[in-house]
Design a protein around this ligand. Sequence first.
Ligand code: F0G
Length: 457
Amino acid sequence: MSTNTDKNASQRKFCQKCIEPECRSTFDLDARIYVCRRCGGLLDIERAETSSSIDAGTLEEWWHQRLSSNVPQDLSGVWRFRELLPIPSTAQIVTLKEGNTPLYTARHSADYCQLDALLLKHQGLNPTGSFKDTGMTVAVTQAKSLRSTMAVCASTGNTAASLAAYAARAELPCAILVPADQVSHAKLAQALDYGARVVEIEGNFDACMQLVLELSNEEPIYLVNSINPFRIEGQKTVAIELAEQLNWDVPDHLVVPGGNLGNSSAFGKGFRELLDLRLINRLPRITVVQAEGAAPFARYFAQQGTDNVQFANEEEPETLASAIKIGAPVSWKKAWRSVNESGGQVITVSEQEIADAKAIIGSDGIGCEPASATTVAGIKKLVASGFIKNDSSVVAVLTGHVLKDTEYVIGYHNQSLRTERDELITARFGNKPMRVASSRQSLKDALDRVRNESGLL
Ligand code: F0G
């Protein structure tokens, strides 16, 4: 039996609301829109009740009790927090038991950043290997509730893999637009295997995104990119889960990679709601890290305080961290809210810094994909600049699994990884395979070398 099946369901009232201060138009939850019908602004999902109508202690208790339940919706680390989700309790939820991801200590990564301690929240351990699953379970559930006949997304690969899996579970046809030849094989393989129709566009991610946005107004399709506020609702539960793992004592700093900027938007919303509910008593500073060659949001941040503050897209984004090779992030206004309200920063890291940080995360026995490693690379810089103190509590969000981009990993360790400008990345923490002759003596010599290197002889 499910523990206390959502006692607030009958009173829950949510709406979609434009985030633009001078508009604030509201729309029903079942309006199939992705931006404000009046002004084109981004949409938030807001609850109509005041926060005091839910008792924080009761929520905390229910959420915790569900950890020992066997009911599918309790086994999901997203639906476990359903009181804060805009989906009626009668809906047929589409879940792969996403969420409930580990929060790891990481000795080498902490030392690398000159921190006393560093925690890594590994969202790459979701069912399809990335954080997208926490949002996709809600978006695909909403697609089914709206009786959509086809779900669509543009993707650098992970959203594609995630939609493909959830659409398959829901028996919902889906089409995925990816930039041709710019998506890692592992991600493409997932989407194909889960049965999605993959459309390779001769252009970059921003072109794919623009196309689906335009078509979503004309075609009977349901768009599940993070511009869809239901995605953000699912992803905000990661903030709840993280706060719960830390006994509701949030870290000083939370550091996330930035691409299309849905994830940083979701963390900001999640922590804000927890603060309103008084489940936490402060916000962590949310810092977003972008790759140097795909950093429109960091440039925007750097302009603050000058006379001419304007968001400008990056026309030709470049980075080997293909997940975040994005020049026109759709959710930048929401992400700005997260950073600004919490007192965080937006910074960039180089291709070399990403690659080295990724190897260090690997050396902790954890690993992640390149985009995720921007966090540890960024934290190292922020400790050096004094923004993060050596004894601060810091959580880095790892967004994707190490096996998402094995070509990159092998390239780095083999000392053959080159940037898009053909610059060789130095494998400062490289780990080349040893090749030895097929003989007992050669193998013995090789094993002696291993013992020597590890100081065991
Ligand atoms: N890390 C990984 C592994 C990602 O796949 C993405 C985005 C990000 C970070 C950036 O997150 O967009 O919320 O700021 N991937 C998208 C995709 C764009 O299509 O899979 P964001």
